[in-house]
Design a protein around this ligand. Structure first.
Ligand SMILES: Cc1ncc(COP(=O)(O)O)c(C=O)c1O
Length: 395
């Protein structure tokens, strides 16, 4: 057997802090390492494997498409791309779609679209207001959009045109706006920044103010979209409609894809102004169509809502038991558990030893983002392991 960690160290850039496990197979909510050890996967490829690992609907669609047509240039019409665009439009408040390959790329495209809108309708306004503790991706412009200094500092100076203001404050947005502002970009629930929920009236107030100011509202639903928070899109919880929405992560249950969706009035690209070699290729679109259709037809968002409540209730019981749990928060199957000290990494390691994968969100917080198809038994199993681990820590 090869020493994969040693080989990784030799050949791979030092970008990831990996856990000492080499995963080789997955099925449903479970993965196996090279020694055949089984793990319950509550990381889900970072909120990606919406239908779990190797779901038959996705495997079937990918296998069939791989044997039919994988890639052609976007000079030509392809059926999976158009079918997926139609399904997204029929099931969202948006009218037009563009496909790319990742979340950061979708957000970059969304900002380009907002700048085109600014050029056309707002005297060249180009600035985008975003929130502190947001996360919008790793490209240079998205690092500037991401309101976290740890992501920005190593890459200064950053591209101009972004203003980061406090989350949950419409006044902060108003104060930062100028005649150069073309859009506000927010996550409906902040994922990487801490699973931070918006105040109930925040997004509606931002929407109302954007309308008044004549600027666009971009919702980054890369982590929250496609059922994750218990509705197909998180904007549905808050009674608002974005002008532009971005998706990626769970859209194709593991095959890379990103999407920009826009209302007709904001869909202002003209031919040649934006593009992508791989974006919307038949393979990724077939996987996304199979994922999205399964989620819609089987009300998997409803399952995420129920299982989210079940998981949160179980975590609340643990909070009653262990005083060092300071908060349980989330929406659907995007849930965080906050701890009194910086012990998240040791909890992650102890869970790993007992066959549960969880994410260290912060030094003092864990995040749970299992597949949306999980059932009560799997939640119970995770809660038992957590209880055991936390009991050991409590001493
Ligand atoms: C809300 C949000 N936006 C954008 C991104 C970036 O997506 P990607 O890693 O696919 O570029 C992420 C990734 O975690 C995210 O959570």
């Amino acid at each position: 057997m090869s020493n994969w960690p040693e080989l990784e160290q030799k050949y791979f850039m030092r970008t990831f802090e990996r856990l000492p496990v080499t995963l080789v197979r997955g099925q449903g909510a479970r993965v196996w390492d090279e020694d055949g050890r089984e793990y319950l996967d509550f990381v889900g490829g970072w909120a990606v494997t919406s239908l779990g690992h190797c779901h038959p609907a996705v495997v079937g669609a990918v296998s069939e498409q791989a044997g039919t047509l994988i890639q052609v240039s976007n000079q030509f019409y392809t059926v999976p791309q158009i079918r997926l665009a139609e399904l997204l439009v029929q099931n969202s408040c948006l009218d037009k779609v563009f496909f790319c390959n990742s979340g950061a790329e979708a957000n970059e495209g969304a900002v380009k679209l907002a700048r085109r809108y600014g050029k056309r309708y707002l005297n060249g306004a180009y600035e985008v207001i975003t929130a502190t503790d947001s996360f919008h991706g790793r490209t240079l412009a998205m690092v500037a959009a991401t309101g976290q200094s740890k992501h920005q500092k190593p890459y200064l100076p950053l591209p101009a045109g972004f203003v980061n203001v406090a989350y949950n404050s419409v006044d902060a947005i108003k104060a930062a706006a100028s005649d150069q502002t073309c859009a506000v970009m927010l996550e409906p629930v902040q994922g990487e920044g801490g699973v931070n929920l918006p105040d109930n009236d925040y997004l509606a107030a931002v929407r109302a103010w954007c309308d008044q100011a004549g600027i666009l509202l971009i919702l980054d639903e890369i982590q929250t979209g496609v059922g994750r928070t218990g509705t197909l899109f998180a904007y549905e919880h808050y009674g608002v409609e974005p002008d532009i929405m971005t998706l990626a992560k769970g859209l194709a249950s593991g095959i890379p894809i990103g999407a920009i969706l826009a209302k007709d009035r904001a869909s202002v690209f003209t031919p040649g102004e934006h593009g992508s070699t791989f974006g919307g290729n038949p393979l990724a679109c077939a996987a996304a169509y199979a994922t999205l259709k399964f989620i819609i037809d089987n009300d998997i968002s409803g399952n995420a809502n129920r299982m989210g409540q079940y998981l949160t209730a179980g975590l609340e019981r643990l909070k009653q038991k262990f005083q060092f749990i300071t908060d349980v928060r989330g929406r659907g199957l995007l849930v965080a558990l906050e701890l009194a000290g910086d012990i998240a990494q040791s909890v992650v390691m102890a869970c790993l030893e007992r066959g549960l994968l969880v994410n260290r969100l912060k030094p003092n917080a864990l995040r749970f983002m299992p597949p949306l198809i999980i059932g009560n038994d799997e939640v119970d199993e995770a809660l038992v392991i957590l209880d055991t681990v936390l009991s050991t820590i409590a001493g």
